[in-house]
Design a protein around this ligand. Structure first.
Ligand code: EPZ
Length: 418
């Protein structure tokens, strides 16, 4: 297993370009199951999770090619299968995103039930309940979801929790259902809006995406389209924190500040400068930040995927801060590793109380999940001495060439191949 080795203490200055959004790419790729014809996606990030969703789709008969760096061609005209096997789904829970389109297009699906992961149980009960309302019969047997239907029909669905992939799954299923579907209390993330844009370009009739009520008028068929993937707002936020923890000045190209209001405002409250630039933003962390309280919430609230990263900034802030994690039940695994680097953090149920310290010290640490691994890299950039982050395969799921991008900003960071 590869390791990332960092000699901390360097101020990061320069410019970096953010890659396409992982959490926009995954549902958009899954939507290829709905359409007849060859779809062209540009600006696709080179990530492990993208490779995994391609394996799942190929297994179902989708033809996939790449015609230049970052452009993918997907053709779901001829679906050959309807199974997403355990060995693939267990490596990436988001494979559940093929369930809705498969039931809608192939009238059946046989998907391994995604297990939990390090950050939580990650149930999919709301995905299944919504599909049942649309007229799918669902059986859970031997760790698999068996779904079938004679034909989906529009329905009114209320989501107990604004689940992101649940909203995406149901929107894709409803696109080919007979009649109108209304999804209430749905997720409003930019990635949900992006998926709706792609589906509408394919011929779907979806309105309200990006708000908490989405209306879908089903159509008979969807056809191919072309689309460029939006920038990854979590990668962009991670670079903002990198500027904060190294007192640097980073021009973050290809980022959309409109999708990052909660993060940008919280960092300004802490004393950083987050300024718009023509093609993105500039993050300036020229002094020690002050402590601020953070509560993770569904969009447009502060994103849970930025919680581990901003925690690193708070470990170095002046004063006491409280971070409440309201989305996942176990998303503080990075705390114990940060404490080994000298952070002063106490966890009480779903809140972390952080007492800012003057500095962190480098240490060997272990990544446990995608965003926790990013936070350990950020801590290594700020720490005095050497930090070795092991199990960086977690990082490779959601960050494209992170160490190369950070090195180009002046970080002393390298990957040590296993
Ligand atoms: C998406 O996961 C993202 N993944 C996650 O990003 C992100 O952390 C999460 O949304 C929240 O923003 C992708 O988009 C591929 P949820 P998702 O369903 O859809 C509960 C990353 O690091 N829930 O919105 O799986 C669930 O337990 C990843 O890129 C149910 O109870 O998350 C959780 O408490 C990590 N029943 C809450 O909803 C359900 O059927 C939010 O989960 C579904 C969810």
């Amino acid at each position: 297993m590869d390791k990332i080795v960092i000699e901390g203490g360097e101020r990061l200055v320069g410019e970096v370009t953010v890659s396409g959004s992982k959490n926009a790419t995954l549902p958009i790729f899954a939507s290829s199951l709905l359409a007849e014809g060859e779809i062209r996606f540009h600006g696709v990030p080179d990530l492990r999770d993208v490779k995994t969703i391609c394996q799942v789709l190929k297994n179902l008969g989708v033809k996939i090619g790449q015609d230049q760096r970052g452009t993918y061609l997907l053709d779901g005209t001829q679906l050959l299968g309807h199974e997403a096997p355990y060995n693939l789904v267990k490596t990436m829970r988001a494979s559940i995103l093929v369930l809705g389109p498969l039931v809608a297009r192939a009238k059946r699906a046989f998907i391994s039930l995604p297990g939990g992961c390090a950050i939580g149980a990650r149930p999919v009960n709301l995905h299944l309940k919504g599909l049942q309302k649309l007229g799918a019969e669902i059986q859970l047997r031997h760790g698999y979801i068996e779904a079938k239907t004679k034909g989906l029909r529009g329905a009114n669905i209320y989501l107990d929790v604004p689940t992101v992939t649940g909203t995406e799954n149901l929107m894709m299923a409803a696109a080919l259902a007979k009649g109108e579907t209304v999804i209430e209390n749905c997720a409003a993330e930019p990635e949900v809006l992006e998926l709706a844009k792609v589906l509408n370009k394919m011929g779907a009739k979806i309105s309200g995406a990006g708000s908490n009520i989405i209306r879908i008028r089903g159509v008979k068929r969807l056809t191919a389209t072309e689309h460029s993937v939006i920038p990854d707002r979590i990668e962009a936020g991670t670079f903002m924190i990198a500027a904060g923890v190294t007192k640097g000045n980073i021009h973050i190209r290809n980022c959309n500040l409109d999708h990052m209001e909660a993060v940008a405002n919280k960092l300004r409250e802490a004393g950083m400068e987050i300024l718009p630039e023509d093609d993105g933003a500039r993050a300036i962390g020229n002094k020690r930040v002050k402590s601020v309280d953070i509560k993770t919430l569904p969009y447009p609230g502060f994103p849970t995927d930025m919680q581990a990263q901003i925690m690193v900034l708070m470990t170095l802030a002046k004063g006491l801060s409280v971070i409440s994690e309201t989305i996942f039940e176990n998303r503080f695994i990075h705390v114990s590793e940060l404490k080994r680097m000298g952070a002063d953090i106490k966890v009480e149920r779903n809140s972390a109380i952080i007492n800012g310290v003057k500095g962190l010290s480098g240490a060997p640490v272990m990544a446990t999940d995608l965003r926790a691994s990013a936070s350990l890299v950020l801590a290594g950039l700020a720490a005095e001495g050497k930090t070795e982050v092991s199990r960086v395969y977690h990082l490779d799921r959601g960050y494209e060439k992170l160490e190369e991008k950070l090195a180009s900003l002046g970080a002393h960071i390298r990957r040590v191949k296993a």
